[in-house]
Every structure is written in structure tokens, then in C-alpha cells.
Write a protein that binds this ligand. Structure first.
Ligand SMILES: [Zn+2]
Length: 67
């Protein structure tokens, strides 16, 4: 079973069926992490809502004007 370690308390976290983007919870401290890579298994802190402040550039759609 794939295993990784909590970034907060170093407790081993076993992941039954890891998938990128999944959120896993440390059984020791309850911290949540996002799986960013499956092979090798790697986790990172999940993105916060703070990122909402970042505005993606909107693609301007060019429309042909019909007359
Ligand atoms: Zn932990």
C-alpha cells in the first residue's frame, strides 16, 4: 500500500487508492494534504481559497462581425 509522511507531524499516512488531486487526512494530527503525484506518491498542502484573489487572464474571444 502506498505510504507517505505527514508534512506537519511526520506520521506515516497510508493511502489505499491514491489519485492526483485527492485530499488525504493525517490520522495523527488531522492535517489535510493534496496528492500531487501518485508515482512516486507525493503530497503538498492543498490550495487555499486565498488563490481566488488571483485572477486568471480572460481570453478574449475574437468574433467576426457580420454585416
Ligand atoms: Zn500529521
Amino acid at each position: 500500500m502506498p505510504k507517505t509522511y505527514c508534512l506537519d507531524c511526520d506520521a506515516p499516512i497510508q493511502v489505499t487508492d491514491p489519485e492526483e488531486g485527492d485530499i488525504i487526512t493525517c490520522p495523527e494530527c488531522g492535517a489535510e494534504f493534496e496528492i500531487i503525484s501518485v508515482d512516486p506518491l507525493d503530497i503538498d498542502y492543498p490550495l487555499d481559497e486565498e488563490w481566488d484573489e488571483y485572477e486568471w487572464e480572460e481570453e478574449e474571444e475574437e468574433e467576426e462581425e457580420e454585416d
